[in-house]
Design a binder for this molecule. Structure first.
Ligand code: SAH
Ligand code: SF4
Ligand code: F3S
Length: 568
């Protein structure tokens, strides 16, 4: 179907919901015959040089154009913005493109294709990307005017901003050639091939079942001792301020078996830490596996906007399987939602030494009235009860949060409640944001973004100050204690060793030989080291390395809880 849009010609796939209105069967069969034997979509696209292709509705008919060979040797440069899921998605994209023969470069001048993995969570995130696009447009124009003009630069926008803006992105930034949303990465080789003839191509279809379960991500940093694994995609929570359900679509989980296989593969290749990723990892549910167990209900004081889901393997089952792959591999997970922390999940975290004892409990606000407007599905009281329960079941647990200030209608008193919640719950880590209104969200339609910018700024500043003061106090209390640190590498500027403790807080120390099972030796990435903390800042600790160890060895004498209680 061809139509004109802003003076530009676009080609759209005929929507699945398009119904033939012919009354007679004879006419219908003639039409069917014509469709079967007439020119196909492929011929149409090939003939329509210069015509853009936009896919926003099913059906999605993937095939590779014949000219795929021309483009597949091209060098791709990745730019990654946004959350950890974007990093992992880039690894999925790279896996797909590598399979088709594309190459990767980290040098801009060598690149033929720039793929920008984008974020749309706040206006600021998008502003950064527009600036990057200004730079890339200049680069593309310079290449077009240079002696290398026979190798034109292509620009592809992937991820959440691509999904949010769709074809509008190309209308606004003419230098963009491809727009691909989070569920259409399998289609990228084809979309890129289409650009060979000067076409632009858009695929922003969201899927109900795409999890890329069969795509083995190719890690961008092969030397890293840690890796990310997406266990689920999308979000059904529809918090009123949030764009994610619109950019990432409905919640769906990847089968347990494919996750466990990937963890095993990473463990075999020397990875020491995996982070399970998703918008709400703890609402994970593998419905391909049948279970006899009764499904846990939400804790008192928590509710959802969607119908309670039933059956399948849950997050506790997944944690059980994943943490059993290699007891020396650290398991982390993010992001979590406070509604999905039944006791069986807390017990599992508590009893497995290799599951890190830092729980992300994003509160978003300390005021029940604001939480209601945000549609978070809990009150301040229910949240505080949960924090207490978590501390009971996992003594010494670390907590982290996300907080938003200046949400629609937030009064001074309501903001004070956020500060008081932060006073009550000692957060080890916090991500604090001033509210940014996003089009399409319920808040955009229903509420007014009425907290003035200077007030938002001032509240943000006050949250940051409180957080820094409190977390400095928490870190100071660790001086003298021994932490289990997983070594990541060397800080280039200072030459110091950088590692992370249970709570993912940076721990820095000088390289030196320390005792190990096989005598004295220095420290390398992937080593577990017992480090005595000697100095603390808000976001990092410094220490003295004492000995090489392992997770099992370190927690042999005392369990995590006993250690925490004794502050060893
Ligand atoms: N699914 C995750 C994370 C989503 S995005 C979760 O629920 O925890 C990460 C954080 O960005 C959110 O937790 C929230 O604190 C913040 N955020 C989301 N939308 C925002 C907006 N419109 N303005 C400011 N911060 C926002
Ligand atoms: Fe956004 Fe809420 Fe979903 Fe998190 S849980 S991604 S904040 S809608
Ligand atoms: Fe941004 Fe999308 Fe992640 S909006 S935070 S990249 S899920």
């Amino acid at each position: 179907m061809l139509f004109l849009q802003n003076g530009k010609r676009f080609l759209r796939y005929v929507s699945a919901s398009y119904k033939c209105r012919c009354k007679s069967n004879a006419t219908l069969s003639t039409l069917k015959n014509k469709i079967q034997h007439g020119p196909g979509l492929k011929e149409f696209i090939e003939e329509s040089n210069g015509i853009s292709e936009v896919i926003t509705h099913p059906p999605h008919i993937p095939y590779l154009p014949d000219n795929i060979q021309n483009i597949s040797k091209r060098k791709v440069y990745f730019d990654v913005y946004g959350c950890q899921m974007n990093l992992n998605d880039t690894e999925i994209v790279w896996s797909i493109l590598k399979n088709e023969g594309f190459e990767k470069t980290e040098i801009e001048e060598d690149a033929d294709i720039f793929l920008v993995m984008t974020c749309a969570i706040r206006e600021g995130a998008e502003t950064k990307i527009w600036h990057r696009l200004d730079h890339l447009r200049g680069f593309k124009n310079r290449r077009a005017a240079s002696k290398n003009r026979n190798k034109p630069v292509k620009i592809g926008i992937l991820g959440c901003m691509a999904e949010r803006l769709k074809e509008k992105l190309i209308e606004k930034e003419k230098s963009v050639d491809v727009v691909a949303g989070p569920d259409s990465y399998r289609d990228l080789p084809r979309l890129l091939a289409l650009t060979e003839n000067g076409q632009t191509a858009v695929n922003v279809l969201l899927s109900l079942d795409e999890t890329y379960a069969d795509v083995v991500p190719v890690r961008l940093n092969q030397d890293s001792i840690s890796a990310f694994i997406s266990i689920m995609r999308g979000c059904d929570n529809m918090c009123t301020y949030c764009i994610v359900p619109f950019t990432r679509g409905r919640e769906r989980s990847r089968p347990v078996s494919s996750i466990v296989d990937e963890v095993r593969h990473l463990s075999d290749s020397g990875v020491k830490e995996v982070t399970l990723l998703g918008q709400n990892v703890n609402s994970y549910r593998d419905i391909t596996e049948k279970t006899e167990k009764n499904d846990t209900q939400l804790a008192e004081g928590f509710k959802t906007v969607y119908k309670h889901k039933k059956g399948g393997l849950r997050f506790a089952d997944l944690l059980d399987k994943v943490s059993s792959v290699n007891p020396e591999m650290r398991i982390r997970f993010t992001a979590a939602h406070p509604k999905d922390f039944p006791d069986e999940v807390l017990q599992m975290i508590s009893e497995r030494p290799n599951i890190c004892k830092l729980l992300h409990l994003p509160a978003q606000s300390g005021s029940s009235a604001v939480l209601e407007r945000m549609r978070r599905g809990y009150t301040r009281e229910a949240y505080l009860r949960l924090a207490e329960r978590v501390r009971d079941v996992i003594p010494g647990v670390g907590l982290s949060t996300d907080m938003i200030c200046g949400f629609c209608g937030e009064t001074d008193e309501e903001f004070e409640e956020t500060l008081s919640l932060m006073e009550l719950v000692d957060y080890n880590v916090a991500f604090l944001f001033p509210y940014s209104m996003r089009e399409k969200t319920t808040a955009y339609r229903r509420y007014k973004d009425d907290v003035p910018e200077p007030v938002k700024k001032e509240r943000h500043h006050r949250m940051l100050e409180l957080y820094r003061r409190k977390c400095q106090k928490l870190n100071d209390a660790e001086i003298g204690n021994i932490h289990l640190v997983l070594v990541e590498g060397v800080v280039p500027k200072t030459g110091q060793i950088l590692g992370r403790n249970e709570f993912y807080i940076k721990v820095l120390f000088d390289q030196t030989e320390i005792p190990s099972e096989s005598g004295m030796r220095g420290v390398k990435p992937g080593d577990y080291v017992g480090v005595r903390i000697v100095a603390a800042k808000c976001s990092s600790l410094s220490g003295v390395p004492l000995y090489h160890t392992s997770i099992r060895e370190f927690y042999k004498e005392y369990s995590w809880g006993e250690r925490a209680a004794l502050r060893v």
